[in-house]
Design a protein around this ligand. Structure first.
Ligand code: HEM
Length: 116
């Protein structure tokens, strides 16, 4: 059981290294917002998709529209397959620090978490 819980909060990239512990802030993600350097956030995890842009079946423009930002709603809303979700793993570089997470925050988001 302990193993199952651990696995919910940790992820390995294609290299097999443990990347879940590398916190990358939303501010740092925002610096990577171009065709040549494109990071996005999906479900609180940070992906460097620069090398994936020209492989995306939905085209690169739509990805760059979300460069440097959270793309969870767009990713989810365009009905991606299980294969697409699996493809994300390869580009994982870290995840948001606890206080910036929306989806995987213990106890969920509270009103007091919102900026005033
Ligand atoms: C790194 C993140 C993403 C990956 C790995 C990815 C992967 C894929 C894959 C594999 C497909 C082919 C269909 C499928 O298997 O579901 C696809 C299609 C598509 N994706 Fe993405 N996608 C990503 C992000 C996004 C984002 C942020 C959007 C923004 C709306 C988007 C929009 C689309 C659209 C519209 C299609 C359909 C293309 C068509 O059928 O003509 N994708 N994506």
């Amino acid at each position: 059981m302990a193993q199952v819980i651990t696995n919910i909060f940790t992820t390995t990239g294609s290299s097999g290294s443990l990347l879940a512990n590398k916190p990358i802030s939303l501010q740092e993600v925002s610096w990577h917002d171009t065709f040549n350097d494109c990071w996005i956030v999906i479900y609180d995890r940070v992906y460097d998709i620069t090398d994936f842009l020209n492989e995306h079946p939905g085209g690169e423009d739509i990805l760059v529209e979300h460069a440097g930002r959270d793309a969870t709603v767009a990713f989810r809303g365009s009905g991606h397959s299980a294969q697409a979700i699996k493809a994300l793993d390869k580009y994982l570089i870290g995840e948001l620090p606890q206080h910036e997470r929306i989806f995987r925050k213990p106890g969920g988001i509270q009103l007091s978490d919102l900026p005033t």
